[in-house]
Write a protein that binds this ligand. Structure first.
Ligand code: ZN
Length: 405
């Protein structure tokens, strides 16, 4: 495997913000049982139970539990990014008031249903992401993980892709306000479009999204040509993957794009969206990752950005995969990956009626050669070469030699 080089700007940029010079304190994760009060509807793929299941699995494998007493984001905080008019409409709908033109705001259609408490759910999830950012930046935590966050599709005045409020953007803006340079890395199967557009014109935030190719998946964006605009030109990186991308293709792409770009940009903090709809058997996407590929990315941040990364949740529609991946992510953050069993606890596997031969918590080594695997491998190689020749020079990123896997 490639050796990751340390970021080169550990010096004084974060200066007085760290609470201790003795190194970062242990990580935290943020979750509240309050999330279970909300429901997108019986046929909607985003099920709140995935968060509760994650929390349950973490408990069953004896890892430390969550911080539950965080505050919802305030109207003012949401207003750092979102249009006031849109927030008002969201609030009115949330309280069951009659609103005539909500369709104009992406609301009420299949993806973004209107249900009681949508504003409260979104502001609580965003509050978790802000609390996580604060825990790292002001609280000196090694990292913090807001599992209900990562709603990366919402736009300033419009709901999109199950997302009403864009918590990554709001959290990043709270940090940018302090004069910090932020990098955002998004490994969800869907392009992190809302975050990319929010920072498309600025060189203060570098966005990197690794995702399934837009020609084959919502939201259809995230092509190599989306590189930023005006002052932001060169500060949006996209690595699209063709369907049937597996662990090896993903890890090779990750290693050749994310570390060199982050080292060159030298951010103060990295905000990471840990969507898990890249896994095999996700009902909404067509990539074939296992926990191996997912954990590879998490491990990089754990090893290279201690005290300087903030993790958010994201997509993931196979609820068992969500619970497995985020439990493993939490274990990696704690340095306890090897203490977690390979198999799911029997109690949970029985409850979920998982067949006996599929009860893995950590996936065994798997080689899945889907129909489009050849194309996925070839296209990823081409895309990486294009990024290396077009975006890397201006960013000052060094090309990483490809290691044959
Ligand atoms: Zn997604």
């Amino acid at each position: 495997m490639l050796s990751w080089r340390s970021p080169n700007n550990r010096a004084s940029l974060t200066g007085g913000l760290m609470s201790s010079s003795a190194g970062p304190k242990g990580p935290l994760y943020f979750y509240s049982s309050q999330f279970q009060k909300f429901n997108y509807g019986p046929t909607h793929p985003l099920r709140m139970i995935r968060l509760e299941l994650t929390n349950k699995l973490i408990e069953l494998v004896h890892l430390p539990g969550p911080v539950e007493d965080f505050q919802p984001a305030s109207y003012q905080q949401l207003g750092l990014f979102h249009d006031r008019h849109y927030l008002t409409i969201l609030k009115e709908l949330s309280q069951g008031e009659e609103v005539s033109d909500y369709f104009n705001f992406g609301l009420g259609a299949g993806d973004n249903p209107v249900f009681p408490g949508i504003y409260d759910l979104s502001s609580l999830a965003t509050g978790g992401s802000i609390a996580a950012a604060k825990a790292v930046v002001e609280g000196g935590r090694e990292t913090a993980f807001a599992i209900a966050g990562g709603m990366h599709h919402a736009l300033a005045g419009r709901a999109s892709g199950f997302c009403y409020i864009n918590d990554p953007v709001v959290a990043i803006k709270t940090l940018v306000q302090k004069g910090l340079r932020i990098a955002y890395v998004d490994i969800d199967a869907h392009h992190g479009d809302g975050v990319q557009w929010a920072f498309f014109d600025t060189d203060q935030v570098l966005t990197i999204s690794l995702h399934q190719h837009g020609a084959t998946l919502f939201p259809g964006t995230g092509g190599l040509e989306e590189v930023g605009r005006n002052k932001g030109k060169g500060f949006s990186l996209n690595l699209p993957f063709w369907p049937d991308t597996d662990d090896d293709i993903f890890m090779d792409g990750f290693d050749r794009v994310v570390p060199p770009a982050l080292e060159a940009f030298a951010p103060d903090y990295v905000v990471v969206q840990l969507g898990v709809d890249t896994l095999l058997a996700d009902p909404l996407a067509n990539m074939n990752l296992s926990t191996k590929g997912f954990c590879h990315a998490v491990r990089y941040f754990k090893e290279q950005w201690p005290g300087r990364w903030i993790a958010l949740g994201g997509g993931g529609y196979n609820v068992i995969n969500v619970a497995r991946c985020w439990t493993l992510a939490w274990a990696i953050m704690l340095g306890k990956y090897h203490e977690v069993p390979d198999m799911l606890p029997e109690k949970l596997a029985d409850l979920l009626k998982i067949p006996a031969d599929e009860r893995f918590l950590k996936d065994p080594e798997q080689k899945i050669r889907g129909r489009f695997w050849d194309r996925a491998k070839r296209d990823a190689e081409d895309a990486i070469k294009i990024l290396e020749s077009t975006l890397f020079p201006a960013l000052g990123a060094k090309v990483v030699k490809k290691i044959t896997l």
